[in-house]
Write a protein that binds this ligand. Sequence first.
Ligand code: PMT
Length: 404
Amino acid sequence: MCEGKKIILGITGGIAAYKSAELTREFVKKGAQVTVIMTKNATKFITPLTLQTLSGNPVYTDTFSLTGEWEIGHISMAEAADIIVIAPATANIIGKIASGIADDLLSTTVMATRAPVLICPAMNTNMYANIIVRANCEKLASIGYYIMDADYGELACKTEGAGRLPPLDDIAEEVASILTEKDLAGENVLITAGPTREPFDPIRFISNYSSGKMGYAFAVMAKRRGADVTLITGPTVLPVPSGVKVHEVTTAVSMRDEVMKHFKESTIIIKVAAVADYRPAVLSDSKIKKDDGPFNITLERNPDIIAEIGKIKGDRILVGFAMETEDLLKNAYDKLLAKNMDLIVANDLSRPGSGFQYDTNSVRVIDRSGTVRKLPLMTKTKIADRVLDRIKKLRKDSKETGVV
Ligand code: PMT
């Protein structure tokens, strides 16, 4: 989402200014062209040289030291920017922008831009709570500026409260979201992710290797594209994606119940979870003791969630995944037909870097006509984005023909 985008990073004078170095690296890593503008006070907390080295571009600090050429240049930079991010943003810069004051390079550039402006506040907790700062933030939000909430925690002044710079990952996600077209607005996307765990005593269970990465990538991308996203997840160690409603479950039965709770309002259902087909028939109340002989567990069938949904889906778009070790395309397509899916995404396990746990995947996307589209090895985020493109196309076709 940030690839090739022109980001102006405005840094103002607060202790959190040091974090903007990491933020610059993050944007550059994502392929953005970053130009840094620092206020005079910001240069007391972190040197322009650091930001210049990390961004690979000159850092601009003071309007009055600029040549006439650059003074005109900064207006064209403001016009060319895809987004201006101010992190950290002090009460001072927030107040200036809210009052239309343009008395240094950063505030002038903000006044001259038509690009979205994202403000990431960081200041003392009392300042952040101050009624004037609150009113300024509300005013800016009401006229189209993007304002993040400051984070809660220990502040540089040793007090605890709201006022910390929002986490850098959240800022990066907000930027990606602002830069993404909201082409899934109005859709309610229900996603399942991760493994299920099927216990047979209080401390042991049967499960699989799913990390949740593929399903969470769908949640992040669908949210970025403007959908209302509900994520039902088995146990993972992944951070909760921002702006997504997350419901944690453990077993296939609890996943089924949660899916059914949210089924009605959903318009698109993407079943990425690796659901255990079987569960132990008996759950012991206490730890099962070992003895010298073999140990047998009798298994019974779990509900087939996607098959149940397929029967009642109506005009919802239903997407499943297939994990097969042989006859991938045939088995996947048979599953699609048998369970009334609209698309099935088959993991190509023959490609190293595909399937469980990796950050990448390589898949074939099969539709109801049997047409197969191959997506080569790419990040799970990109796979999710491409599959969402296919879903969007299905939605467009169904609107035109009335057939799902
Ligand atoms: O989580 P990661 O580490 O990123 O790995 C991603 C993944 C490999 C888990 C993912 O890409 C994937 O393939 N998920 C589905 C794996 C699977 O369970 O495949 P299946 O062929 O057994 O099931 C087919 C479909 O039926 C799936 O959409 C599954 O969610 C659904 N299903 C399966 C069993 C069941 N009882 N109920 C279901 O709804």
